[in-house]
Design a protein around this ligand. Structure first.
Ligand code: E4P
Length: 217
């Protein structure tokens, strides 16, 4: 499973990119709005750190306006993936854009049927929102498992991005469920690194070494 960062914060991108684990990036209008950064400025900086797929979302509500947004966003880089909402208009836009060779990420996916429709219309990626499914008392992990099973059974090439990740456990669950990618917020990347026994072990190594009196390595 590949790891993407889910953010529009440039400092977060720089830090996680420096770990050598970053295969791509996802943004959405809420994340960009939070940073109060124009897309053109964001892309100029982000492209220095993200060479893999970088999802930018359309704002249009009709298929025609989504297609227009997509053509505009694609100019920001060859690695730009167009994020479209899974609506009827989104599917119409997807049909046109996939025929033109655009990479697409169908977002706001909450059911296996939505994922199936996206795959049939040529989506490159689908993004089931694991955390938001959990929020309403259903099971996000089960949704990823179901989509994986369907895509495998019918040899559908669309990749699954486990999105709306809320915990380090969600990342493990996404990997076990067979997601191709998990897009992870910065804070969860930090939690994935941390383990109390790593800290305890490191302290003991340091203390034992200090007691030994040996100088240098
Ligand atoms: C990713 O593509 C989504 O935009 C994102 O993961 C949504 O996460 P949220 O439910 O925490 O807003």
């Amino acid at each position: 499973m590949e790891l993407y960062l889910d953010t529009a914060n440039l400092e977060e991108i720089k830090e996680i990119a420096s770990w050598g684990v970053l295969a791509g990036l996802t943004t959405n209008p809420s994340l960009l709005a939070k940073e109060k950064i124009p897309v053109a400025v964001f892309m100029r900086e982000a492209e220095n750190y993200v060479t893999g797929p970088l999802s930018l979302e359309v704002l249009g509500e009709t298929a025609d306006s989504m297609i227009e947004d997509a053509r505009h966003l694609k100019k920001y880089g060859d690695n730009v993936v167009i994020k479209l909402p899974l609506t009827e208009e989104g599917l119409k836009a997807l049909k046109v854009l996939s025929a033109e060779g655009f990479q697409t990420n169908l977002t706001l996916i909450f059911s296996a049927n939505q994922a199936l429709l996206a795959a049939k219309a040529g989506a490159t990626y689908v993004s089931p929102f694991v955390g938001r499914v959990d929020d309403i008392g259903a099971e996000g992990k089960a949704l990823v498992e179901e989509i994986k099973l369907i895509f495998q059974q019918y040899q559908l090439k669309t990749k699954i991005i486990a999105a709306s990740i809320r915990s380090a456990r969600d990342v493990t669950d996404a990997a076990v469920a067979g997601a191709d990618i998990a897009t992870i917020p910065y804070g969860i990347f930090k939690k994935m690194v941390a383990h109390p026994l790593t800290d305890v072990g490191l302290e003991k190594f340091k203390a034992d070494w200090a007691k030994s009196g040996i100088q240098g390595l």
